[in-house]
Each structure stands twice: as structure tokens, then as C-alpha cells.
Design a protein around this ligand. Structure first.
Ligand code: GDP
Length: 321
């Protein structure tokens, strides 16, 4: 049954752990996963530490001396936000990762995990996408600003490994959803956007809800609590230059996803596809065999994860509610 779990190379127990970006969806989930193991992560609010400012990051690391860093801080957003705020997606992410990775090295951090995204891969990469597809072709233009920054982050982590033997690794999750998501009507990712739109449509008994694009693109969706488990697993079981993919190994069309989100929310009206909105890349399914070989698999089925995400939405969770 399944794969044998790889042997542990590094133990998080007893370490001083900094989660950069704990206010975000990913950093929040990692902080909770650590807490479930009895570990209280070190965190820093934006007011206390602006990760875009090098002098602040260096001062924070020399004062607090973490031994492990989860670099989950990033400027993120959906297909539309990427298109209209290119400078923010490129500059902010470059600064955050350069500042944190270099300060971690200077402060003697023992292990660092850099989190990226599956949009680093070429627009027309062979599916499912293997880690080796990186830089084999042109990027999807709607999110190339973010992708270029995340590719630079992977390379930066690799460069410290090569030049200083630093144990810095990278994990590339597929599209994420769950607790703490951003529900902005336009700047969010597809699941949060649809959940909110269907919810509001249900309340006013609207006849029709608009879904962007043709409904035919295929995407893979990972529940953020599963990603957090993967992050803890790889930091303890992996040490190499190559970045690792993280996903469920299954994808679904946007049309099918929309129908599923409508069901979970209890919206019974029609769906209309607005084809003036961009589809983005046609398909984005990760090959997760490397992570499976390390003994980790996603646990949460999509419908179950969507129900949990909707419960969190109803409870007032997430940003831009
Ligand atoms: P992507 O994976 O980088 O393209 O991220 P998104 O989550 O923003 O979009 C995924 C797919 O869902 C794209 O094909 C979008 O056109 C489609 N989509 C459908 N409705 C929406 C919506 O309301 N918001 C967003 N962000 N995407 C939508």
C-alpha cells in the first residue's frame, strides 16, 4: 500500500521556527500545522517587520535567530490582479524572497523552505507537469510577473545551496483554496471568487451567475491544510536543489468546478460563461510522483475541502469579506 515514508533527515521538534507570511492563507495553515504538533512558530506582523525592506529583515533575523524558516510570504492574486498590477507581483515578490533568503543565510538558518506556485511552468508544458519542465518554454502571459519572481526565488535558494551548502529547498503548490483565502470580487482566485458570487446570488435569488472564460481550462486544486502538511513533511524528509511539485494529481475543468461550488453553496440558478475574460493556461496539472515517493499524499477530496472552505467563509474567515 502506497509508498514507504522516506527517512527523516531533519527534525522540527525543539527548533526555533519562523513562518514568514503567517497572515496569509499558506503561512496561516503552516502555523496551524506546527501548532498541532505542539510547536509555536515565531511570527512577525507587517507593522513589526516589512519583508520588502532589507534592513528590517536583517535586523529581525539577527535579533530573533530562527533555526528554520518557512517562506510563505508573497504578494498573490488571481488572473485579473496579475494582469493589472505587474510591478507589484514582480517587485514585491523579488524583494521579499531576496531579503528573507539572504538574511536567513547570514543568520545561520539551518533549513529554509521557499514556497512558489505551479504558474512557474511553461504555458504549454507536457501534462502532468514534471519538475524538469521549468524554463523549457514561454510562460503564460497573464501571470508571468509572478512566475518570473517565483522562478528567481527557486534559483536563489539553489544558489545558496551551491555556493554555501545551505539547506534551502523549494515547494511548488498547485492552485490552493481553503481557510484564510482572499474573497475579493475581482482580485481573488477562482474558488474564492465563485464561492462568494454563488453565495451572494443565492441570497438575492439571482437567476444567473457569471463564470469567467470558456469553462474549459483545467486546474488542479489543493486544500491549504494539505499543503501545510506537505510543507512540514518535505522540510523533514527532503534536502536537494530541485524544487518539488505539490498537488493532488487530479484536475477538473472550470465548468465542472463551478457546478461543484454551486452545489456546495446551494445555488440553484444558471451559469453563464463570460468569454471576454481570459482563460489563462489551458491546463495545469502537476506530476506529484516525487512527493509521493517521499511518502506524502494529499488527503482532502475536493468536495470535502470546498465544504470546509465555505464553512470558513460563512464564519467570516478570509480577507476582503
Ligand atoms: P490561474 O490558475 O492562474 O489562471 O488562476 P485563477 O484561479 O485566477 O483562474 C483559474 C481559471 O478560472 C481561469 O481559467 C479563470 O478564467 C477561471 N475563472 C472563472 N471564473 C473566475 C473568477 O471569477 N475569478 C477568477 N480569478 N478566475 C475565474
Amino acid at each position: 500500500m502506497g509508498n514507504a515514508v522516506a527517512s527523516k533527515l531533519f527534525d522540527l521538534a525543539g527548533k526555533k521556527i519562523f513562518v514568514a507570511g503567517d497572515r496569509g492563507m499558506v503561512g496561516g495553515a503552516i502555523t496551524r500545522a506546527l501548532a498541532a504538533r505542539g510547536i509555536t512558530a515565531m511570527v512577525a506582523s507587517r507593522a513589526e517587520l516589512d519583508l520588502e525592506r532589507q534592513e528590517q529583515v536583517e535586523a529581525w533575523f539577527s535579533a530573533h535567530r530562527p533555526q528554520v524558516v518557512f517562506l510563505a510570504a508573497a504578494h498573490v492574486g488571481g488572473i485579473h490582479a496579475n494582469n493589472i498590477f505587474p510591478r507589484d507581483f514582480l517587485y514585491k515578490n523579488l524583494m521579499i524572497e531576496a531579503n528573507v533568503i539572504d538574511a536567513a543565510h547570514r543568520a545561520g538558518v539551518e533549513k529554509l523552505l521557499f514556497l512558489g506556485s505551479s504558474c512557474i511552468y511553461p504555458k504549454f508544458a507536457d501534462q502532468p507537469i514534471r519538475e524538469e519542465a521549468l524554463l523549457e518554454g514561454a510562460l503564460e502571459p497573464t501571470n508571468e510577473w509572478y512566475a518570473i519572481a517565483k522562478i528567481a526565488g527557486i534559483k536563489l535558494a539553489q544558489s545558496y545551496r551551491r555556493q554555501f551548502n545551505a539547506d534551502f529547498i523549494s515547494l511548488m503548490p498547485t492552485n490552493l483554496y481553503g481557510r484564510g483565502d482572499n474573497y475579493h470580487p475581482e482580485h481573488s482566485h477562482v474558488i474564492a471568487a465563485l464561492m462568494r458570487r454563488f453565495h451572494e446570488a443565492k441570497l438575492v435569488q439571482a437567476q444567473e451567475v457569471v463564470v469567467w472564460g470558456t469553462g474549459t481550462p483545467r486546474r488542479e486544486f489543493l486544500f491549504v491544510e494539505d499543503l501545510a502538511e506537505a510543507a512540514l513533511h518535505v522540510i523533514e524528509h527532503y534536502s536537494d536543489a530541485l524544487h518539488l511539485n505539490c498537488g493532488t494529481g487530479e484536475d477538473i475543468s472550470i465548468g465542472e468546478l463551478a457546478a461543484l461550488v454551486a452545489q456546495v453553496v446551494g445555488y440553484k440558478g444558471k451559469l453563464a460563461f463570460d468569454t471576454t475574460k481570459p482563460d489563462g493556461t489551458p491546463r495545469k496539472l502537476l506530476d506529484v510522483s516525487r512527493l509521493h515517493a517521499l511518502g506524502w499524499r494529499a488527503k482532502t477530496p475536493l468536495r470535502e475541502g470546498l465544504s470546509a472552505a465555505y464553512a470558513d467563509f460563512l464564519a467570516g474567515g478570509g480577507r476582503n469579506r
